[in-house]
Design a protein. Structure first.
Length: 448
């Protein structure tokens, strides 16, 4: 949708029920999801035509004359994988045969949901509004029959319980942590985001991406969740990390570095949050990435405009506490999407620092592609705004199965047992949504 859109306020329908009644049945569809029972933020869903990826020549000027409710009036929804970004940045990278490194939908029509005001809007080019309204009426009528499915639990079918295959076992991952610390001691990096991967074979029956996403969002609700189905591949995410937002000429990034599990009772939970906030290692790691992101954004922002708006704030999610900061700057005139990606992608929170050296070291250590994991996904507006999330706490579904990536930031102060436990904690929920277990060697290392 590259022509100016028009929009109409429409009756509120539960987004999950509406998705099940309409877009979930389409070959190419998306739902960028603020989470179940969300009371703030926006969600978007719709359909589109497949394209190779976001167009890099989009000017990030966010023309106020083309603004629509929620800021997204059409453009593109998709993902960009880590490996392609690393290669463009000059680092070595492997190709991942399981899913395209980048893919997007040119959006032809969408529904925007304002959870704070509990309002919904239909957005489409004027020439398509009549057909879009007819589709929405049909979906809304069908949504009533999906309401019980949307409201109920979404258990994984026990009869198809599967075991995941790990790229590294805990001992191997701990040995890689030791190599990261050796690289830090040698002065080749001062922080490294070490990751691994858990693959699950489809066996005799492919995964149902929609059912899997419903389980994921119920178990791990997050403000930047979503399901993107582009042909035979789907990205399902419960991401808590906003990578880049552009609105009104301001670019923001919200790196997450620092994790603790949730406690079994309020006292334990509060103590874990306090421990995260006070941790010398976690605070240092977070500030390292804040400095890296400030440096990245300064390449495309007006001099003196880049600053940390918020620093070292604890945010709590169903499975984890996270340490989050916010960096923002005013974009220079004429900056395109490709310019912003050249400056900031892959995200420093998923590489480490210095970025190029970190990516080179990690390519040697990790022993395989990251794929879509550790990249980003979301929407890019035709008129210059965007909202992209980090592809973490995510599942990539492909014809032969699915995979989940997980990792954590390694500094000189890292404890190998704690870092191994963090990987298991992060992978457990997405794997459970697939009806899969952690590999036997990983069971219990996070206390679960």
């Amino acid at each position: 949708m590259t022509v100016p859109p028009i929009f109409e306020r429409v009756a509120w329908v539960d987004p999950e029920a509406l998705f099940l009644a309409g877009p979930a049945r389409e070959e190419h569809a998306f739902w960028l999801d603020a989470g179940p029972a969300a009371t703030t933020g926006w969600s978007w869903m719709g359909v589109g035509d497949r394209v190779a990826g976001w167009p890099g020549d989009v000017l990030l000027d966010d023309d106020p004359h083309t603004r629509v409710p929620g800021g997204f009036g059409g453009g593109w929804v998709g993902w960009a994988g880590y490996d392609g970004g690393a290669r463009r940045a000059g680092a070595p990278a492997d190709d991942d045969p399981t899913a395209p490194d980048s893919a997007a939908l040119a959006v032809s029509r969408l529904i925007a949901f304002d959870h704070g005001a509990r309002e919904a809007w239909l957005i489409a080019p004027e020439s398509e509004m009549t057909d879009a309204a007819a589709d929405l009426r049909r979906w809304s009528e069908a949504a009533a029959s999906h309401a019980s499915r949307a409201a109920g639990p979404h258990p994984a079918p026990a009869a198809r319980r599967r075991d995941a295959h790990a790229r590294h076992d805990p001992g191997q991952y701990a040995a890689l942590i030791a190599q990261c610390r050796a690289a830090i001691r040698a002065g080749d990096a001062y922080q490294l985001c070490l990751t691994t991967r858990f693959d699950v074979a489809a066996s005799d029956e492919p995964f149902d991406a929609v059912d899997t996403y419903l389980r994921l969002r119920a178990a791990l609700p997050a403000h930047h969740g979503g399901i993107l189905r582009i042909g035979s591949h789907s990205l399902l995410s419960a991401s808590p990390e906003q990578f880049l937002q552009v609105t009104g000429g301001i670019v923001r990034t919200r790196p997450i570095k620092g994790t603790r599990p949730r406690g079994a009772d309020p006292e334990t939970d509060a103590a874990l949050a306090r421990d995260l906030a006070a941790s010398e290692k976690e605070r240092a790691e977070n500030v390292m990435i804040v400095d890296l992101m400030r440096n990245d954004l300064q390449r495309v922002c007006a001099p003196g405009s880049v600053a940390a708006e918020r620093l070292l704030e604890v945010e709590s999610y169903p499975a984890v506490h996270q340490l989050v900061s916010t960096v923002a700057g005013r974009l220079l005139p004429g900056i395109r999407l490709a310019d912003l990606f050249d400056a900031a992608f892959p995200a420093g929170s998923m590489t480490g620092a210095p970025k190029l050296s970190a990516m080179t070291i990690l390519h040697r250590l990790e022993g395989g592609p990251r794929g879509v994991y550790a990249g980003c996904f979301g929407w890019v507006g035709a008129h210059g705004a965007l909202d992209l999330a980090m592809t973490i706490r995510s599942i990539v579904v492909h014809p032969a199965g699915a995979y989940v990536g997980a990792g954590g930031g390694i500094t000189w102060l890292s404890d190998a047992d704690d870092e191994v436990a963090e990987v298991a904690l992060k992978a457990r929920g997405p794997l459970a949504s697939l009806g899969a277990r952690l590999p036997a060697a990983w069971l219990g290392v996070d206390g679960g």
